[in-house]
Design a protein around this ligand. Structure first.
Ligand code: COA
Length: 267
């Protein structure tokens, strides 16, 4: 288990710990099952901005406080005061969803319990999702007379396909961890007691790779669902070429030829 180095600047509704090159961001409203209110969005945006600039952080894990819930969705108590125009403008705003989407380093959602509505949308904005056996997933907005508005209709459909996404969104039903695994919504399911350790292992494996190549790989993969094949293939070649300007590419190739482990510096 990596050594706990220090706790980052304080935010009102989230905590951020750094464990060597891995940062763990925890949404900390367990009494409200970590529901996403305006303050969580503001804190999430601020924390991701800090973590983006922090060169010592190579991988980010996002989770929720407690064992019961990752995030139980948007804070429904804030819906009453929301106007249609406010909701529509959220597409252009700095929301937690948008900050994760544009975060250049790999992000893993560590889902511990309820992953509902905006919680599922937040997990979908991450690059990888791992969950505990007790995790439950849903887009229950339909039960409130609304639809997902944090990227769910688009990202879930791209990830698991139209038929399954339709079922999740039209029924609002919860699916369990094994079904989420079968659907391809999560990458791995672990017993709750192992979730943190196994997620840290995964994050550690990724963090040992060349940081610039990680960022470029992420950019290329994300571009795939936002472009046609020709544009995507062109973008891939450009990003591939950029790798050849890095010291880490020299190190990776030399280490292979010299039969040793590479030491990547992010240069
Ligand atoms: N927004 C605001 N508060 C929420 C919330 C949400 N999305 N989800 C849970 N909470 C609050 C509850 O109001 C309750 O607060 P209180 O103790 O002050 O009354 C607290 O979190 C605990 O939730 P509770 O409902 O008592 O827990 P439970 O174990 O009985 O049920 C859920 C858990 C997740 C099934 C239930 O809380 C729920 O359905 N939440 C809403 C999920 C949802 O529709 N999310 C999408 C919103 S778009």
């Amino acid at each position: 288990m990596p050594v706990l180095l220090f706790i980052m600047p304080t935010y009102e509704t989230i905590t951020v710990e750094k464990r060597e090159s891995i940062a763990v961001l925890t949404i900390n409203r367990p009494d409200k099952l970590n529901a996403l209110n305006k303050q969580v969005h503001a804190d999430g945006v601020a924390a991701l901005e800090d973590l983006r600039k922090d060169g010592s952080v190579r991988v980010l894990i996002i989770t929720g406080a407690g064992e019961k819930s990752f995030i139980a969705g948007a804070d429904i108590s804030e819906f009453a005061g929301q106007t249609p125009v406010m909701q529509r403008n959220s597409f252009h705003e700095k929301t937690f969803f948008n900050s994760i989407d544009s975060f250049p380093k790999p992000v893993i959602a560590m889902v511990n319990g309820f992953c509902l509505g905006g919680g599922n949308e937040l997990a979908l904005a991450c690059d990888l999702r791992v969950c505990s056996e007790n995790a439950r997933f849903s887009q229950p907005e339909i039960n409130l007379g609304i639809i997902p508005g944090g990227g769910g209709t688009q990202r879930l459909t791209r990830l698991i396909g139209e038929g399954r996404a339709m079922e999740v969104m039209l029924t609002g039903d919860m699916i369990d961890a094994q079904t989420a695994l079968k659907f391809g919504l999560v990458n791995y399911v672990y017993p709750i007691a192992e979730l943190e350790e196994r997620t840290m292992e995964l994050a550690g494996r990724i963090a040992s790779k060349a940081p610039i190549a990680l960022q470029l790989a992420k950019e290329a993969v994300k571009f795939a669902s936002r472009s046609n094949l020709d544009e995507g293939l062109r973008r891939e070649v450009d990003l591939f070429a950029i790798c050849f300007s890095t010291e880490d590419k020299q190190e990776g190739v030399s280490a292979f030829l010299e039969k040793r482990k590479p030491v990547f510096k992010g240069k």
